[in-house]
Design a protein around this ligand. Sequence first.
Ligand SMILES: *Cc1c(COP(=O)(O)O)cnc(C)c1O
Length: 368
Amino acid sequence: MTPTKVRVPYLDLRVQDKAFKAELLAAVDTVLTHGRIVLGPEVAEFEKAVAAYCGRKLCVGVNSGTDALYFALRSLGVGPGDEVITTPMSWIATFNAIRLCGATPVAADVREDMNMDPARAAAAITPKTKAIVVVHYNGLLCDMEALEAISKKSGVPLVEDAAQAFGAVRNGRKAGAFGRVAAFSMNSMKVFNSYGEAGAVLTDDPKLADKLVSLRYNGTINKEECIFPSLNGRLDTMQAAMMLRVLPRLGAKLARRREIAALYGKLLKGVVELPVEKVTDDHVFYTYVIRGDRRDALITHLLENGVENKIHHKTLMTSQPAYADLPKRDLPVAEKTVKRILSIPNHEGLTDEDVRYVAGLVRGFYGA
Ligand SMILES: *Cc1c(COP(=O)(O)O)cnc(C)c1O
């Protein structure tokens, strides 16, 4: 169901700032003019900028977050017979990347904040465990101190699926700076976005980076000799050129998202469960997720009043038909949570009045 008349859109991908649009078009024009379309100079420039931003040594640009995850796991040698521990709450790309390596995804339950419970992850480790993929869900960083301690103790490397958390900071470290390898998506909906599809893999290890460069181009070295099978996942030069114009504006965008989150928090405290009590730098609010009873009726109420909304993501990865063959795991928190979550509009195009309108509808629905 879509609202008859949209008053507050969930997301608006139009570029409405004229000066910024001109910058983006100029970036594309530069690429068309120099003609180095495939892995042009803007790709290397983007990789340098992203590595520097995240405090990492190396970055390999790829064409999606899904590719980024798949290549990250392949770079660590994840393959048939291996198990990879992850969360049940993510976009399905996380499970798919694991399974496409030939490995088995093993879901460890989340905590109330919807991020992986480190104790559950530790308990899921077996001799077959090859990696732990953490997902900073909705843009909130995981309990990385606990997860790093588990990784250190067990020798199992951490991989960050940081697709939703570009720019989030925990104890001075940015999303993407934690795992042995970290994967980002810059698809058009993400907080740090392209205008199409894009992704990146970060690491400090030059050997892994070399492997990632081969992995993103059919497992080749020197563009000729194929040393292992892979896909074509190169980052598009025009997207890189545009993202170089987006990056300097990211700080303002994150600040506005946090402002919106703080306002929602003030207006909805005590009415619904909020994403976090206090808005800090460790959350970039890729989505603003509230939780409450009668969620499905609330969806209808919002739509009837012109407010688009989404369940993000509606189905646990473990419940997807493609994974019906996996043994059932004990996931009480995730199973309870997924029935109660709802993402309400929080993009930077919203005015405070929009936020008040949405919050007012939620308050009204719960009789607050
Ligand atoms: C978006 C997303 C991905 C996949 O990224 P794409 O660029 O769309 O392929 C992977 N994991 C998570 C958590 C995501 O949100």
